[in-house]
Design a protein around this ligand. Structure first.
Ligand code: FAD
Length: 383
């Protein structure tokens, strides 16, 4: 396997790096540095989304007919690497990475034309309504009920939970039960719900850090037009599996972890405790683990470029990334001593405690680490 970059790849990387030097203003860098959760928050992050869209680099992973660029896997990787190195805000993925690909894969021509342009432009903002109280890992047990009316429209009743950034969402894509009388997976459908209508109530859940990132969403006789059903009725589980594969496997984690570990290292080196050999050893191990994950992801990219199946290793990246992320943020608080416990966030160095507390969620969202281990065991060990 050849991991050296070709002259074309190096030229592409330099082009991205050069563009970022101008486009990523101090205000955008500051937004990223202040973010203690996974994604930077609307409305400001949507300004960054539009800067990328204007440059034509917002959805390189989408097919060309819906605005994608058909970049090779390595170009996408290098692009992510440059964004992370430069300290760019992380765009919320619910629209761009989750429902966008669902719409261009399963949606009708009318649905693509209706939903994809405002999603890209950030004039509409999406939340993911999958989890419910009692239905997280066991998603197929979800109970939110959609009943079809004589005219084909739906009336939806139920509750979603842990809905990231629903307080900013104009729309929510949701799994709902349309048929309670068949095998649970067969009775689920995928609906697009307008949040600005009677019957939709968003109630905040504050995280341990005090951040408002997740919510409960209550649906009380909510109207959903027939045109907002994606795929066929009862096809929701198939669509959800496609979406969850994108959520768990379609991301690269190494570049952001390597960049954040390097930032942590720079901050650590300026502290009085920088000479402590035990701390240095611990930080070096974390940095090496981040680099090893990045190299593993490059191996996956190399396999994909060669047209090979990367195999079960690609299932492990989110699990490993969660552990490294939690190590980085724990070290970030500990190296600051008592200052590392400071809340709320009033500046980049004061986000340490919030980042640590929020990092605990990494081993839960998008499928818990235990669930990932089960998937890996079945795929890799053929259990
Ligand atoms: C910060 C954050 C953001 C989130 N954002 C969203 C969002 O935007 N939209 C959305 O729909 N959901 C979201 N979620 C929900 C997330 O997907 C669920 O929390 C997750 O799937 C786990 O489900 P649960 O919370 O019901 O836990 P449970 O499924 O009840 O799990 C509880 C514990 O039991 C373990 N467990 C459960 N089943 C098994 C098993 N079969 N084998 C081994 N161990 C098992 C789990 O690993 C866990 O430790 C978010 C969660 C968090 C923390």
């Amino acid at each position: 396997m050849d991991l050296d970059l070709s002259p074309q790849d190096l030229a592409f990387r330099d082009e991205v790096r050069g563009w970022l030097a101008g486009a990523l203003t101090p205000a955008f860098r500051d937004l990223a540095a202040r973010t203690s959760g996974v994604f930077s928050e609307p409305p400001h992050v949507l300004d960054w989304q539009r800067v990328l869209d204007d440059q034509g680099w917002l959805v390189p992973h989408w097919p060309a007919e819906v605005g994608g660029l058909g970049w090779a896997p390595l170009q996408r990787f290098l692009f992510d690497q440059e964004l992370a190195r430069a300290g760019a805000p992380v765009l919320p993925g619910m629209g761009l990475k989750l429902v966008g690909p669902v719409l261009y894969t399963f949606g009708t021509a009318e649905q693509k034309a209706r939903w994809l342009p405002p999603l890209r432009r950030g004039t509409e903002f999406w939340a993911q309504g999958f989890s419910e109280p009692g239905s997280g890992s066991d998603l197929a047990s979800l109970r939110t009920r959609a009943v079809r009316q004589a005219n084909g429209d739906y009336v939806v009743n139920g509750q979603k939970i842990w809905t990231t950034m629903a307080q900013h969402a104009t729309h929510m894509f949701a799994l709902v039960r349309t048929d309670p009388n068949v095998k649970p997976q067969r009775g689920i459908s995928f609906l697009l719900i307008d949040m600005a209508q009677p019957g939709v109530t968003v109630r905040p859940i504050l995280s341990a850090s005090g951040d408002h990132e997740v919510n409960e969403v209550f649906l009380d006789n909510v109207h959903v037009p027939a045109a907002n059903l994606v795929g066929d009725e009862g096809q929701g589980w198939t669509i959800a599996k496609f979406l969850l594969e994108n959520e768990r496997g379609g991301s690269t984690y190494g570049p952001a972890l390597v960049a954040d570990a390097a930032r942590l290292r720079a901050a650590f080196d300026a502290l009085p405790c920088a000479g402590d050999p035990l701390l240095r050893d611990r930080l070096a191990r974390t940095q090496i683990q981040a680099m090893a994950l990045e190299l593993t992801e490059l191996r996956i990219v190399a396999a994909m470029t060669a047209g090979d199946d990367p195999g079960p290793i690609s299932l492990a990246t989110k699990l490993v990334a969660s552990e490294i992320r939690q190590d980085i943020e724990l070290f970030g608080t500990e190296m600051l001593g008592l200052d590392g416990l400071a809340l709320p966030n009033t500046g980049p160095e004061r986000t340490a405690a919030a980042r640590y507390l929020n990092s605990r969620a990494w081993s839960v969202f998008g499928g818990t680490s235990e669930i990932q281990l089960g998937i890996i065991a079945r795929a890799a060990l053929a259990l």
